[in-house]
Design a protein around this ligand. Structure first.
Ligand SMILES: NC(=O)c1ccc[n+]([C@@H]2O[C@H](COP(=O)([O-])OP(=O)(O)OC[C@H]3O[C@@H](n4cnc5c(N)ncnc54)[C@H](OP(=O)(O)O)[C@@H]3O)[C@@H](O)[C@H]2O)c1
Length: 344
């Protein structure tokens, strides 16, 4: 059994889960089986699966996370049967997608309840992330908001708690609240979301700001703005990125993305789906093409459909080569100037 974590971090279940469940994957639908077989032809060995290191803090040991997790926006809203959402999250956990991202905002706490149901009896299988509204991020209000999230999630701690986007409450207050939550064991780490370059600079100069574990921002092949300034700065500071909307909400944020000829042709030639191509691109190594490269982007696609969850887990094993990356660069060039952070 190969463990991802060099510590006791639960996300180390990723590789082990994948390996132990591989025989079960053969039982999936014929289309999924075909797609999986093709992916494995270009895949890495299990020990090479991309993972992202969160350094140790005084409250948590270092932890390696799989580069693909699971989003939950729009869960708990009745758009899909609740049992399908619960089942999808459990399926993802079984396949190694151990990072689960949610927020008090999603379905007014309803998504957290779905996550809580999925984690009943198996809390330790997940690296659990939730977010606080900016207007709840005060010295005392953030603590109350976190406790409400914990109740809905049916757990006594979050692995990571994020400020959902910058607001008007002074960051010092939020940092103080996060510190108190860490001291009381209700959160292991804190981070931010939707922070652009200036927001991040201002955070990092505050006492305790350096402990920020991640910045969660919108990032997909059709929206590469962060590559100009934000991503390089985060890399210099060792702050991993959580890429939200990595599938551009199934293309709806950029209509032609999943049907663009460059995406269709490349996905077709690799025997993978366009969505898998987008995920493999989002989690490509820091230096793009080196085989032994470091990874620091975690993509968190949301998926309810069974075959989507399976395809997303299989995307962990796809490595795009130089030619593949170059063809995507040509169709979707990286920005040559700073653009405002894309936010949804
Ligand atoms: N911090 C923030 O401000 C922020 C903002 C937005 C999102 N987020 C987080 O990021 C997560 C992901 O973003 P998102 O949910 O907005 O969009 P997304 O993950 O880019 O797209 C989700 C859509 O893609 C579909 N899908 C999933 N896997 C697929 C596959 N393999 N093939 C084809 N379609 C597939 C899903 O369908 P089915 O569900 O039907 O399977 C769903 O319609 C959210 O759920 C949330 O946790 C954070």
């Amino acid at each position: 059994m190969v463990g991802l974590c060099q510590t006791d971090c639960k996300a180390g279940m990723a590789v082990a889960a994948w390996q132990s469940l591989r025989p079960g994957i053969e039982d999936f639908a014929p289309d999924a089986r075909l797609s999986l077989a093709n992916v494995q032809r270009i895949a890495m060995t299990a020990s090479d699966l991309p993972r992202i290191r969160l350094p140790s803090t005084s409250f948590a040991p270092a932890c390696d996370l799989p580069a693909i997790g699971q989003g939950t926006w729009f869960m708990g809203e009745g758009l899909a049967p609740r049992q399908d959402e619960v089942r999808a999250l459990q399926q993802g956990l079984d396949l190694g997608l151990t990072v689960i991202d949610t927020a008090e905002m999603y379905a007014d706490g309803g998504a957290e309840e779905v996550v809580g149901e999925a984690l009943a009896g198996r809390r330790d299988d997940a690296f659990l992330v939730s977010k606080v509204y900016p207007w709840n991020a005060g010295r005392d209000s953030a603590i109350a908001a976190c406790e409400a999230s914990l109740r809905r999630l049916g757990t006594d701690h979050l692995d990571l708690y994020l400020l959902h986007w910058p607001g008007s409450i002074p960051l010092e207050e939020t940092l103080e609240a996060f510190e108190r939550l860490r001291e009381s064991g209700k959160i292991r780490r804190f981070g931010v979301s939707n922070f652009d370059v200036d927001d991040l600079a201002s955070l990092l100069e505050k006492p305790g700001g350096n402990d920020c574990a991640v910045n969660q921002v919108l990032y997909h092949l059709g929206s590469r703005g962060i590559e100009h300034s934000l991503l390089p700065r985060q890399r210099r500071r060792g702050i991993p990125t959580m890429a939200y909307c990595p599938l551009a909400q199934a293309g709806s944020l950029r209509r032609e993305l999943l049907t663009h000829p460059a995406v269709l042709d490349l996905a077709g030639s690799l025997g993978i789906t366009p969505a898998q191509l987008l995920l493999a691109w989002a989690i490509r190594p820091v230096d793009g093409r080196r085989d032994d490269a470091r990874h620091d982007v975690i993509a968190i696609p949301k998926a309810v459909q069974h075959e989507h969850v399976e395809q997303n887990a299989a995307a962990l094993r796809i490595r795009l080569d130089d030619d593949a990356l170059a063809s995507l660069d040509a169709a979707f060039p990286a920005p040559d100037r700073k653009t405002p952070l894309d936010i949804i």
